[in-house]
Each structure stands twice: as structure tokens, then as C-alpha cells.
Design a protein around this ligand. Structure first.
Ligand code: ADE
Length: 416
């Protein structure tokens, strides 16, 4: 059995059931896997992944193994690991270092364990693995071919490294690929964020006021689904174009301080820290609920909340109540961690199908061309996006038209 630090080996069978279920929704990845099995484009490569340890991730790793790679895995968030999947992955030959709920120290040690095997290609969701491979004088970064990064937050970190001239390998910004951005954030996070909040609280959304902080793709996805469930939606946004778009999409738009007095449920998806802080908590109604769907648990200022509280109690497994004054309590869901993964199962497999097919093709791209690519954060080649969309349509049995020769000429000519 591969090297490991997982919670419970006896969970492997249950994990395999989940992996197989997800696989049934991941037809694009399955077709990439079938091709990888034939062509073996990753033969002999050492790959390390720092990703959410879920059944969908398991199917991505199976695909990389089918391509000929050896793979190890650590978690990209200590609260999102599915322990049964972690155990099952050992039977696929993946070295797994991840335990749900692990403390900061164990989390860091697991990332270092993945880095210590001198990976040639990395897959990150938050840039923790590549960050470790860039700090100190570790010898293992020597044959790094490149990496992929799956979150906005991770890209911010890697671009900061690049600005300082310290990025040492090409990194494919899979988070910015069209097939990822369009489907993952809007449909995947949109649906699963509400799924997480509902699983944690069993709340009825109809008739409530949901405040969405941030109106990027994810905020848009959350807002439209909250409206569909019967809630009124208020959007708080700092970027004028997005704020206007929110208004035209039918949401109320206002500063967060004003929204604080109105909301029943607050969902942060800004990508930055302190979107909800003491001044907001002071104004919130009794019973207001707080959830974060951003990558890091910095969007809700939990320290401020804790320091304002006269008492706190765990009222449900994933809900902590903070009493601010007698008769006024705020509920924090999943400790302010990324709620769709901490309280639910993350993006549905049918969405991760496209994200992970994209990642598998980016890994193949790095394996074939990494040596010729600059040490920068790079866009995913449009051909990869198109191929993923083409395969997804095929898996859905949807055919589309092609441009005629005359249309193609028209579209490339300056004559009307
Ligand atoms: N990120 C968001 N949802 C995910 C999932 N289901 N698996 C892996 N990473 C994710």
C-alpha cells in the first residue's frame, strides 16, 4: 500500500462507492482517461496534488495515473477532506496525507510531505504546495516542470510571487479557463453554497433576505439560486460594473453597512478579508446567519465576532451561536470556512467533470511543453477549453452547427 496518513483505512470501501458514483457524472474526464490509458502522456512523471480530497478529485487522480504518472495528495483545506475517499485512494496507488479536521500543524506537515517527494508537476487549489516548493532552499524543486492553480486566491498569491521575480515554473491558471469560470463558479459554487447552508441549518430560504457580498461569477451563481428559492437578494459590491450588473439582474444593491440591518443570511464571496466585520455585526438582526463561500476563512472577521460575544455555543454540529447582547445572537456556519465544501460536498461532480478534465489536459500540456514555457502564470490555451466543451456536449448527446465555408470567410474579411 502507498505511503499514507489518513484517518481510517477501514473506510476505503465506502469511499470507493462514492468515487464510483461521482465517476458516473464525469463523462468528460472518463473520455480523457481512456485516451490517457492508450497514449500514456504522463509516463514516469511524479505529480503532487494539494486539492480538496473529494470523490471528484479521486477521479482526476485516477486519470493522471492512467496517463502513467505516480501521484500523491494532500488536502488544500483541513475541513474538506472526505476520509473515506482518502482511504480508498490508497488502493489506487495514490500516496495520501490528509485527515478531515486536522490541525494547522498536521496540515502543514502534510503539504511538506507531498512537496518532499520532489514532484515534477503540481496541482494546487490555493497555492499552498507551490508556496512550500518556493520557500527555503529545498532541493526537491529542482526538476519542477510546472503547476496548475484552481482558485482566484491561489492565483493572487502566485502572481505576487511572479511580481517579485520569484516564480520558478510555469503555472496554468485553470481557474480562469472559460470552462472553469463559466460553469464551476456560477453553477457549482452557486448551488453547493446554498446546499451547504441548508444542510447545516435546514433553513427555509423562501421569504428571507439573503445578502451576497461580492458579485463575481460565484456571487452571481449564489444570488440567482437564492432568488430561485424564494429569497430576496441584496448584493454588496465594490466594483461599479458588477454592482450595476447586480441591479440589472434584479437584486437590490447597497453598502454592506446598510445591508447589515436587513439580512437574514449573509454569504461572503469577495475573495478578500474582513467583508463582514465588527461594524456589520453591531447592526445585524437577532438570528442572522453568516456563511463564507470564499476560499480562505478570512472574509468574516471571526476574531471580532468572538471578541464582541458575551457567550458562544455550538447549537448544531456546524452552527455556532454568538450572543452579542441579551436577546441578540448571530449564527456562524462551518466556522466561516468555505461552506460548500465544509458543510456539503463541494461542486457537484458534473461540474467538476469539466474543471478536472481541464486540469488533466493542462497537466498533459505541461508534460509536453512545460520545458518551453516561461516561469509565469499562464492562461489555459483556448484549444483546451474548446475540447472540454466539445466533449461535454458530446456526453450530453447535444449536437451543434458548424460555420459554413462562406460564413468563415465572412467572419475573417473586412468587406461587409
Ligand atoms: N472544489 C469545489 N468543489 C470541489 C469538489 N467537489 N471536489 C474538489 N474540489 C472542489
Amino acid at each position: 500500500m502507498a505511503q499514507h496518513d489518513v484517518a481510517d483505512l477501514s473506510l476505503a470501501e465506502a469511499g470507493q462507492v462514492r468515487i464510483t458514483w461521482a465517476d458516473g457524472q464525469m463523462a468528460v474526464l472518463a473520455s480523457v482517461r481512456a485516451r490517457f490509458e492508450r497514449e500514456r502522456p504522463l509516463e514516469g512523471l511524479r505529480i503532487a496534488a494539494c486539492l480538496h480530497v473529494t470523490s471528484e478529485t479521486a477521479n482526476l487522480l485516477r486519470t493522471l495515473i492512467a496517463g502513467g504518472a505516480s501521484v500523491e495528495l494532500c488536502a488544500s483545506n483541513p475541513l474538506t477532506t472526505q476520509d473515506d475517499v482518502a482511504a480508498a485512494l490508497l488502493h489506487h496507488g495514490v500516496e495520501v496525507h490528509a485527515i478531515r479536521g486536522e490541525g494547522e500543524e498536521a496540515y502543514g506537515a502534510h503539504v511538506i510531505a507531498a512537496a518532499a517527494r520532489a514532484p515534477q508537476i503540481t496541482l494546487d487549489d490555493g497555492a499552498d504546495l507551490l508556496s512550500v516548493l518556493h520557500t527555503g532552499e529545498q532541493a526537491w524543486r529542482a526538476d519542477l516542470i510546472g503547476g496548475t492553480e484552481a482558485t482566484t486566491t491561489g492565483l493572487v498569491r502566485l502572481r505576487a510571487l511572479q511580481e517579485q521575480g520569484r516564480l520558478r515554473c510555469p503555472v496554468m491558471a485553470v481557474n480562469e479557463a472559460l470552462t472553469e469560470r463559466t460553469f464551476n463558479d456560477r453553477y457549482g459554487t452557486g448551488q453547493s453554497t446554498l446546499d451547504g447552508i441548508l444542510r447545516a441549518t435546514n433553513l427555509l430560504l423562501a421569504g428571507r433576505t439573503v445578502v451576497v457580498l461580492g458579485y463575481g461569477w460565484t456571487g452571481k451563481g449564489v444570488a440567482v439560486r437564492a432568488r430561485g428559492a424564494g429569497a430576496s437578494v441584496i448584493v454588496c459590491e465594490v466594483e461599479p460594473m458588477r454592482a450595476l450588473e447586480a441591479r440589472m439582474d434584479g437584486c437590490e444593491v447597497m453598502p454592506a453597512l446598510d445591508a447589515a440591518e436587513r439580512g437574514d443570511v449573509f454569504i461572503t464571496v469577495t475573495g478578500t478579508r474582513g467583508a463582514l466585520a465588527g461594524e456589520h455585526f453591531e447592526r445585524m438582526k437577532d438570528g442572522a446567519m453568516l456563511a463564507n463561500a470564499g476560499h480562505f476563512d478570512v472574509e468574516i472577521d471571526i476574531e471580532a465576532l468572538a471578541s464582541m460575544a458575551t457567550a458562544r455555543s455550538q447549537v448544531l454540529p456546524l452552527v455556532e451561536s454568538f450572543e452579542l447582547q441579551p436577546g441578540r445572537r448571530l449564527s456562524l456556519i462551518a466556522q466561516g470556512r468555505v461552506v460548500n465544501l465544509a458543510a456539503a460536498e463541494g461542486h457537484p461532480a458534473a461540474v467538476m467533470d469539466m474543471s478536472f478534465a481541464n486540469q488533466a489536459l493542462c497537466v498533459e500540456h505541461l508534460a509536453r511543453h512545460g520545458a518551453d514555457l516561461p516561469a509565469r502564470v499562464l492562461p489555459v490555451p483556448p484549444d483546451i477549453d474548446r475540447e472540454v466543451a466539445r466533449l461535454k456536449l458530446a456526453s450530453l448527446g447535444i449536437e451543434i452547427d458548424e460555420l459554413t465555408a462562406a460564413q468563415r470567410v465572412y467572419l475573417t474579411s473586412w468587406r461587409a
